[in-house]
Design a protein around this ligand. Sequence first.
Ligand SMILES: Nc1ncnc2c1ncn2[C@@H]1O[C@H](COP(=O)(O)OP(=O)(O)OP(=O)(O)O)[C@@H](O)[C@H]1O
Ligand SMILES: [Mg+2]
Length: 237
Amino acid sequence: MNQDKAGRRVLSDLSVSLPKGGFSTLIGPSGAGKTSLLRLLNRLDDPASGTVCFMGRPIADAPVRALRREVGFVFQTPSMFPGTVAQNLLIVPTLGGQAAADPPSVGEALRQVELDTDFEHRIAAELSGGEKQRVALARALMTRPRILLLDEPTAALDPEVAEQLMLTLRRLREDSGLTIVMVTHRLSEARLASTYAVMLEAGRLVEAGPADRFFSTPATARTREFITAGRQGSEPA
Ligand SMILES: Nc1ncnc2c1ncn2[C@@H]1O[C@H](COP(=O)(O)OP(=O)(O)OP(=O)(O)O)[C@@H](O)[C@H]1O
Ligand SMILES: [Mg+2]
C-alpha cells in the first residue's frame, strides 16, 4: 500500500510478482498508479505498508545506492547534461558513487542501445528526442543494472521512432538477460515487447499474466474492454 501526502491510498491490496529476466509492461488508465508502483521498485518512494522484494529479499534491507545501481530508471523525458554523449555516460560514477565495479565502456553502452559509436563525440543537447532517449538508456546501463525501470519512455517520440526503441529494448533483454519493467500508454508497444503484462486501475491490480495470453484472451472483462478500446484507436499517441 502506498499513500499520498494527504494520507489517501494511491495503491492498495496490490500483490504481484514480476518475472526475473522478463519484460513486464504496466498498463492501465491515467491515475491508475503505474508510476507510483514503478517508483516503489527502486525506492524513489517507500510503501506506507507492505514490502517490495527483489529476488525474494526486501529491498528496504539494502542500502539505497546499492539498490539503485542494480535497478536503473529511465524517465519519460530524457534530460541531458551539458557536453558530449561520452561525458553524459561517464558522469554516472560522479553522481553519488553509484558506479559498477566494472562499468561498461562508452562504446559498449552505445552498442547496447544500438547507437553508432561515433555518437560519443556528439553534443548531447543537440541530439533528436529518440537519440537522447537512447543516451538516457545507455546512461542507465553504465551501472550494469539487473533491472531497468522505464516510465513511458516513448511518450515524447513519434510512433516509428518509438517502435524502433521498443525493438532495441526487446533485443537488449534477450541478449543481456536484463529484467525490464515498463509503463506504457501504447498497447501496441506493450504487445510488441513484453513477455508479461500487468493491468492496474484505481490503485488495484486488475490482472497480470504472460503477455501472449494477457493480450489474446484477457481473464477479466475490464482488461478486455481496455485492450479493445486501445485497438480501436482511442489509445493516446
Ligand atoms: N506525490 C503525490 N502526491 C499526491 N498524490 C499523488 C502523488 N503521486 C501520485 N499521486 C496520485 O496517485 C494516483 C496515481 O498516480 P500515478 O502517477 O501513479 O498514476 P499513473 O498510472 O502513472 O498515471 P498516468 O498514466 O497519468 O501517468 C493519482 O490519483 C495521483 O494523483
Ligand atoms: Mg504515470
